[in-house]
Design a protein around this ligand. Structure first.
Ligand code: PDD
Length: 279
């Protein structure tokens, strides 16, 4: 069965979707997006994703083509039409189609597109853990907006792969921010530590869920910045994100984290997360 896309509020088979070369997403990365997880045919943490989409769109002054209530209904319908039980939904909205000029076009309408995929949960990797490298965070200063401008993230992820690692932990002058496509947490002396939710990181939905689960499990949490030095000296390192859930990191820049296997706090959080998604 051909995949059904949602494009400009119409339902189309993948091969009938036509994106204009004048789409500002194509010229400038001038747009915003969200990636949702689908568990048991339902969007996970949908309201949090739509709230962040509204914030990202407002941040770069794009008018959303529909209310978030309508967008939510459409994404639910997308999942239904594609018969998706477990996977992801990708939704992107660009500023519109117009001849290339940096200024906002006067009368272009936003272009909205979404599709879903049967992305499997990374079960095996969650058991063994990731290897990471560190890389300088060279992005702009609005990492809290989820925009299509991902070149620095793409380069960091590729550098990780080129060096035989799974992901890159980013830092600004030695202060760890997040990773190329997820948030970073460390565990030191039983406390879970992660960068504050400010303009330097994406306010991850999974990050928020994990912080809530940690609080409920009486694991002390601290939202404060930490250094690469603390990262390398941590008892545990973990990444959180929509597609990778709670991912242990067992090696950073070739150095073993803790005992070299996923640690007890990470495993506890994985168990709690598992419980939430099955609920
Ligand atoms: N990435 N930080 C960055 C830079 C991200 O791109 C993401 C998500 C996260 C985690 O956010 P959340 O828990 O809400 O997924 C943090 C998505 C999955 C992506 O770009 O594919």
């Amino acid at each position: 069965m051909s995949q059904i896309y949602w494009y400009q509020d119409r339902w189309l088979p993948a091969d009938e979707v036509r994106i204009s070369p004048e789409d500002r997403g194509y010229y400038f990365g001038d747009g915003v997006y969200e990636v949702f997880r689908v568990y048991g045919g339902k969007l996970f943490e949908a309201d949090a994703h739509f709230a962040r989409l509204e914030k990202s769109a407002a941040g770069i002054r794009i008018r959303l083509p529909h209310s978030t209530e309508v967008l939510k209904r459409r994404m639910e319908e997308l999942v239904r039409r594609n018969g998706l039980q477990e996977g992801t939904v990708y939704l992107q909205i660009t500023r519109g189609e117009a001849p290339r000029s940096h200024l906002f076009p006067r009368d272009a309408d936003p272009v909205a597109m979404a599709y879903c995929t049967e992305t499997k949960r990374p079960i095996a990797a969650m058991q063994t853990g990731y290897k990471a490298i560190t890389a300088e965070d060279v992005r702009w200063l609005h990492c809290d907006y989820k925009t299509l401008n991902l070149l620095a993230n793409v380069l960091a992820k590729q550098e990780a792969a080129d060096r035989g690692a799974d992901d890159a932990v980013l830092h600004r002058g030695g202060t760890v921010t997040e990773s190329s496509a997820s948030n970073v947490m460390i565990v030191k002396d039983g406390s879970l530590i992660t960068h504050p939710a400010n303009h330097l990181i994406l306010h991850g939905i999974t990050r928020a869920v994990v912080l809530r689960l940690a609080a409920r499990a009486e694991i002390p949490t601290e939202e404060r910045s930490f250094s690469v030095h603390e990262l390398l000296a941590a008892d545990e390192v973990l990444l959180t994100g929509t597609t990778i859930e709670v991912m242990p990191v067992i090696e950073v820049d070739g150095r073993t984290v803790g005992t070299g296997v996923p640690g007890p706090v990470t495993r506890r959080l994985q168990q709690e997360f598992e419980r939430v998604i099955h609920a």
